[in-house]
Design a protein around this ligand. Sequence first.
Ligand code: ADP
Ligand code: ZN
Length: 213
Amino acid sequence: MRLILLGAPGSGKGSQAGPLTSHFGILQISTGDMLREARAKGTEMGRLAATYMDAGQLVPDEVVIGIVEERLKNPDCEKGFILDGFPRTLVQAAALDEALGRLGITIDRVVEIRVGDEVILPRITGRRSCPQCKKPYHIQFGPPKRDLLCDTCDVPLVHRDDDTETAVVKRLEAYHKMTAPLVDYYEKQGKLLVVDGTGKVSEVTERIFKVLS
Ligand code: ADP
Ligand code: ZN
Protein backbone atom coordinates (compact mmCIF):
# COMPACT_ATOMS: atom_id res chain seq x y z
CA MET A 1 0.00 0.00 0.00
CA ARG A 2 1.36 3.39 -1.04
CA LEU A 3 -0.61 6.30 0.29
CA ILE A 4 -0.47 10.08 0.33
CA LEU A 5 -2.07 12.02 3.15
CA LEU A 6 -3.18 15.40 1.93
CA GLY A 7 -4.54 18.19 4.09
CA ALA A 8 -3.88 21.59 5.56
CA PRO A 9 -1.45 22.04 8.44
CA GLY A 10 -3.26 20.84 11.54
CA SER A 11 -5.69 18.70 9.54
CA GLY A 12 -4.38 15.64 11.36
CA LYS A 13 -2.04 14.01 8.84
CA GLY A 14 0.59 13.24 11.46
CA SER A 15 -1.98 11.90 13.95
CA GLN A 16 -3.55 9.58 11.36
CA ALA A 17 -0.24 8.31 10.01
CA GLY A 18 0.38 6.33 13.23
CA PRO A 19 -2.70 4.08 13.15
CA LEU A 20 -2.36 3.65 9.37
CA THR A 21 1.27 2.57 9.49
CA SER A 22 0.57 -0.01 12.21
CA HIS A 23 -2.49 -1.35 10.41
CA PHE A 24 -0.83 -1.75 7.02
CA GLY A 25 2.68 -2.50 8.28
CA ILE A 26 4.16 0.28 6.20
CA LEU A 27 6.27 3.26 7.10
CA GLN A 28 5.58 6.95 7.41
CA ILE A 29 7.64 9.41 5.41
CA SER A 30 7.14 12.89 6.81
CA THR A 31 9.03 15.67 5.06
CA GLY A 32 8.37 17.96 8.04
CA ASP A 33 10.07 15.44 10.38
CA MET A 34 12.98 14.94 7.98
CA LEU A 35 13.50 18.69 7.70
CA ARG A 36 13.33 19.11 11.48
CA GLU A 37 15.91 16.33 11.87
CA ALA A 38 18.25 18.01 9.40
CA ARG A 39 17.75 21.20 11.31
CA ALA A 40 18.48 19.60 14.68
CA LYS A 41 21.68 18.12 13.25
CA GLY A 42 22.65 21.59 12.04
CA THR A 43 23.38 20.52 8.46
CA GLU A 44 23.58 23.22 5.81
CA MET A 45 20.31 22.02 4.30
CA GLY A 46 18.70 22.03 7.76
CA ARG A 47 19.75 25.60 8.42
CA LEU A 48 18.44 26.73 5.05
CA ALA A 49 15.13 24.92 5.60
CA ALA A 50 14.71 26.44 9.07
CA THR A 51 14.51 29.97 7.69
CA TYR A 52 11.57 29.01 5.50
CA MET A 53 9.86 26.86 8.10
CA ASP A 54 9.84 29.47 10.85
CA ALA A 55 8.43 32.03 8.42
CA GLY A 56 5.60 29.61 7.58
CA GLN A 57 6.83 29.29 3.99
CA LEU A 58 7.40 26.23 1.90
CA VAL A 59 10.96 24.98 1.63
CA PRO A 60 12.09 25.18 -2.04
CA ASP A 61 10.88 22.29 -4.20
CA GLU A 62 14.33 21.10 -5.24
CA VAL A 63 15.42 20.67 -1.61
CA VAL A 64 12.36 18.66 -0.59
CA ILE A 65 12.22 16.62 -3.78
CA GLY A 66 15.87 15.71 -3.27
CA ILE A 67 15.33 14.31 0.22
CA VAL A 68 12.21 12.38 -0.73
CA GLU A 69 13.86 10.82 -3.80
CA GLU A 70 16.77 9.67 -1.64
CA ARG A 71 14.39 8.29 0.97
CA LEU A 72 12.30 6.34 -1.55
CA LYS A 73 15.37 4.46 -2.78
CA ASN A 74 15.76 2.87 0.64
CA PRO A 75 14.77 -0.83 0.60
CA ASP A 76 12.53 -0.30 3.66
CA CYS A 77 10.06 1.47 1.32
CA GLU A 78 9.40 -1.71 -0.62
CA LYS A 79 6.52 -2.84 1.59
CA GLY A 80 4.78 0.47 1.06
CA PHE A 81 4.65 3.89 2.70
CA ILE A 82 2.54 6.84 3.70
CA LEU A 83 3.70 10.22 2.52
CA ASP A 84 2.83 12.89 5.06
CA GLY A 85 3.48 16.49 4.06
CA PHE A 86 4.67 15.64 0.56
CA PRO A 87 3.87 16.51 -2.18
CA ARG A 88 2.85 20.05 -1.33
CA THR A 89 3.09 21.65 -4.79
CA LEU A 90 2.24 20.56 -8.32
CA VAL A 91 5.95 20.54 -9.13
CA GLN A 92 6.55 18.12 -6.25
CA ALA A 93 3.63 15.92 -7.36
CA ALA A 94 5.02 15.67 -10.89
CA ALA A 95 8.52 14.94 -9.55
CA LEU A 96 7.07 12.21 -7.34
CA ASP A 97 5.24 10.55 -10.22
CA GLU A 98 8.47 10.61 -12.19
CA ALA A 99 10.60 9.22 -9.38
CA LEU A 100 8.11 6.43 -8.68
CA GLY A 101 7.90 5.70 -12.40
CA ARG A 102 11.65 5.13 -12.44
CA LEU A 103 11.21 2.65 -9.59
CA GLY A 104 8.36 1.00 -11.47
CA ILE A 105 5.70 1.77 -8.83
CA THR A 106 2.75 4.14 -8.38
CA ILE A 107 0.70 5.72 -5.60
CA ASP A 108 -2.42 3.67 -4.81
CA ARG A 109 -4.56 6.18 -2.98
CA VAL A 110 -4.55 9.80 -1.86
CA VAL A 111 -6.55 10.58 1.26
CA GLU A 112 -7.51 14.19 1.72
CA ILE A 113 -8.31 15.03 5.33
CA ARG A 114 -10.67 17.96 4.98
CA VAL A 115 -11.15 20.57 7.72
CA GLY A 116 -12.21 24.20 7.77
CA ASP A 117 -9.61 26.87 8.52
CA GLU A 118 -11.37 27.80 11.76
CA VAL A 119 -10.47 24.54 13.50
CA ILE A 120 -6.82 24.76 12.57
CA LEU A 121 -5.43 27.57 14.70
CA PRO A 122 -6.46 26.13 18.11
CA ARG A 123 -5.27 22.68 17.00
CA ILE A 124 -1.83 23.95 16.08
CA THR A 125 -1.16 26.38 18.88
CA GLY A 126 -1.98 23.66 21.43
CA ARG A 127 0.00 21.01 19.60
CA ARG A 128 2.98 19.36 21.29
CA SER A 129 5.02 16.38 20.18
CA CYS A 130 7.51 13.87 21.46
CA PRO A 131 11.04 14.73 20.31
CA GLN A 132 11.93 11.01 20.31
CA CYS A 133 9.06 9.00 18.79
CA LYS A 134 7.41 12.08 17.16
CA LYS A 135 3.99 11.13 18.48
CA PRO A 136 1.69 14.19 18.36
CA TYR A 137 -0.29 15.37 21.40
CA HIS A 138 -2.56 18.33 22.14
CA ILE A 139 -2.72 20.13 25.48
CA GLN A 140 -6.55 20.07 25.42
CA PHE A 141 -7.73 17.60 22.78
CA GLY A 142 -5.19 14.82 23.32
CA PRO A 143 -3.02 15.39 26.38
CA PRO A 144 -0.45 12.82 27.55
CA LYS A 145 -1.23 10.74 30.65
CA ARG A 146 1.34 12.57 32.74
CA ASP A 147 2.04 16.25 32.67
CA LEU A 148 3.64 17.02 29.29
CA LEU A 149 5.66 13.77 29.12
CA CYS A 150 5.41 11.32 26.22
CA ASP A 151 3.35 8.28 27.29
CA THR A 152 5.85 5.91 25.67
CA CYS A 153 9.24 7.63 25.96
CA ASP A 154 8.79 9.52 29.22
CA VAL A 155 10.56 12.59 27.83
CA PRO A 156 9.18 16.16 27.90
CA LEU A 157 7.01 17.09 24.92
CA VAL A 158 8.13 19.99 22.74
CA HIS A 159 6.38 22.84 20.98
CA ARG A 160 7.51 23.37 17.41
CA ASP A 161 9.23 26.64 16.54
CA ASP A 162 6.85 27.13 13.60
CA ASP A 163 3.65 26.50 15.58
CA THR A 164 3.15 30.19 16.32
CA GLU A 165 0.03 32.05 15.28
CA THR A 166 1.83 34.19 12.67
CA ALA A 167 3.55 31.21 11.06
CA VAL A 168 0.31 29.21 11.01
CA VAL A 169 -1.55 31.97 9.18
CA LYS A 170 1.24 31.99 6.57
CA ARG A 171 1.20 28.19 6.30
CA LEU A 172 -2.54 28.23 5.68
CA GLU A 173 -2.08 30.78 2.91
CA ALA A 174 0.62 28.62 1.36
CA TYR A 175 -1.68 25.61 1.64
CA HIS A 176 -4.55 27.23 -0.22
CA LYS A 177 -2.32 28.66 -2.90
CA MET A 178 0.21 25.89 -3.50
CA THR A 179 -1.16 22.62 -2.10
CA ALA A 180 -4.94 22.75 -2.60
CA PRO A 181 -4.51 22.35 -6.41
CA LEU A 182 -3.24 18.82 -5.71
CA VAL A 183 -6.78 17.78 -4.85
CA ASP A 184 -7.71 18.25 -8.50
CA TYR A 185 -4.50 16.65 -9.68
CA TYR A 186 -5.23 13.39 -7.83
CA GLU A 187 -8.95 13.54 -8.53
CA LYS A 188 -8.07 13.46 -12.24
CA GLN A 189 -5.83 10.45 -11.61
CA GLY A 190 -8.84 8.75 -9.99
CA LYS A 191 -6.93 8.28 -6.71
CA LEU A 192 -8.56 10.82 -4.43
CA LEU A 193 -10.56 9.87 -1.33
CA VAL A 194 -11.93 12.64 0.87
CA VAL A 195 -12.67 12.28 4.58
CA ASP A 196 -14.10 14.71 7.09
CA GLY A 197 -11.25 15.65 9.43
CA THR A 198 -13.33 17.10 12.25
CA GLY A 199 -13.99 15.31 15.53
CA LYS A 200 -11.80 12.97 17.53
CA VAL A 201 -8.60 11.44 16.12
CA SER A 202 -10.15 7.96 16.45
CA GLU A 203 -13.29 9.02 14.59
CA VAL A 204 -11.23 10.32 11.68
CA THR A 205 -9.17 7.10 11.71
CA GLU A 206 -12.37 5.07 11.34
CA ARG A 207 -13.49 7.21 8.42
CA ILE A 208 -10.15 6.67 6.69
CA PHE A 209 -10.27 2.89 7.12
CA LYS A 210 -13.80 2.93 5.77
CA VAL A 211 -12.96 4.80 2.56
CA LEU A 212 -9.88 2.63 2.05
CA SER A 213 -11.78 -0.65 2.39
P1 ADP B 1 2.33 21.12 8.98
O1 ADP B 1 1.66 20.09 8.12
O2 ADP B 1 1.72 21.27 10.31
O3 ADP B 1 2.51 22.44 8.28
P2 ADP B 1 4.94 19.81 8.58
O4 ADP B 1 5.71 19.20 9.67
O5 ADP B 1 4.39 18.91 7.53
O6 ADP B 1 3.78 20.61 9.31
O7 ADP B 1 5.81 20.92 7.84
C1 ADP B 1 6.43 21.95 8.55
C2 ADP B 1 7.16 22.89 7.59
O8 ADP B 1 8.17 22.16 6.86
C3 ADP B 1 6.29 23.52 6.49
O9 ADP B 1 5.65 24.71 6.92
C4 ADP B 1 7.36 23.80 5.41
O10 ADP B 1 8.12 24.95 5.70
C5 ADP B 1 8.28 22.61 5.51
N1 ADP B 1 7.87 21.51 4.61
C6 ADP B 1 7.46 20.27 4.97
N2 ADP B 1 7.15 19.52 3.90
C7 ADP B 1 7.37 20.32 2.81
C8 ADP B 1 7.23 20.15 1.39
N3 ADP B 1 6.80 19.00 0.86
N4 ADP B 1 7.54 21.20 0.59
C9 ADP B 1 7.99 22.35 1.09
N5 ADP B 1 8.13 22.59 2.40
C10 ADP B 1 7.83 21.59 3.26
ZN1 ZN C 1 7.68 9.43 22.52
